[in-house]
Design a protein around this ligand. Structure first.
Ligand code: HEC
Length: 213
């Protein structure tokens, strides 16, 4: 029974992955990827890619398993939502900085308690880092836009660190305002598809009031 669902799902995914891979050939959008040293890529033609496609599928499944909030999957690309959840909740550490506090009362793993994410404030921002405050990433904008950004704006922020909301502090200057705590110098290295996945996942999480608002 599981096989009958899994195999067609895997096949569809394999086809999709190939389609995306051929399509994506570097339409990485605005901004520069820092330090593309252009190191040599070994000949990968002998690599059995089926294992990697399975890994991608496992990441999607795991993404759904670890999402700490109910997801609105209407009009969403399911594979991207699952993958985005994986990137946000298993790799990106977004919750640590964008949820205040990150864990529910009695659910802080750093205190040896059984882990429970603070679902009520999930990714709503408001965590102070000195004068810098983390932002609301939930889809609070018109039409459910994460951080109230279109995809193109969102990608630009992750790739370049530009503060499109122009909030204090203005570093290095008012007209060249860059995010100061957000690890965009790391996230800018992601392939387009991963940024799309993050965005699609954030479209699916519950709206919360947060910072700024
Ligand atoms: C080390 C803490 C930290 C982590 C980890 C982090 N962020 Fe941020 N992020 C911030 C802070 C703080 C700001 C806003 C202020 C600044 O950095 O100047 C911000 C800003 C942003 C913005 C700009 C929002 C706006 O309204 O302009 C986006 C988008 C964003 N983060 C997405 C993410 C995503 C997605 C992840 C996980 C993949 C993530 N962040 C992980 C701290 C973090």
């Amino acid at each position: 029974m599981t096989r009958r669902i899994l195999m067609p799902a895997l096949l569809t995914l394999a086809v999709c992955t190939l389609a995306v891979a051929t399509h994506a050939q570097d339409r990485e959008g605005t901004g520069t990827v820092q330090s593309p040293r252009g190191g040599p890529v070994p000949d990968l033609s002998g690599v059995d890619s089926s294992g990697f496609i399975l890994t991608e599928f496992q990441r999607i499944v795991r993404g759904f398993q670890i999402a700490p909030v109910p997801l609105n999957l209407q009009n969403k690309d399911l594979a991207l939502v699952g993958l985005g959840s994986y990137i946000v909740n298993a790799e990106g550490g977004c919750n640590d900085c964008h949820t205040n506090p990150p864990f529910a009362a009695g659910g802080d793993p750093h205190m040896g308690q059984p882990k429970r994410i603070n679902a009520e404030r999930y990714l709503a921002g408001g965590t102070p880092f000195g004068p810098v405050i983390s932002r609301n990433l939930t889809p609070y904008g018109q039409g459910g836009k994460p951080a109230n950004y279109t995809f193109d704006e969102f990608r630009r922020v992750l790739r370049t660190g530009v503060d499109l909301k122009n909030l204090e502090p203005h570093v290095p200057s008012a007209d060249h305002d860059l995010l100061q705590v957000m690890p965009w110098p790391v996230f800018q290295n992601q392939v387009d598809r991963d940024i799309r996945a993050i965005y699609e996942y954030l479209r699916a999480i519950p709206v919360r009031e947060g910072f700024p608002e």
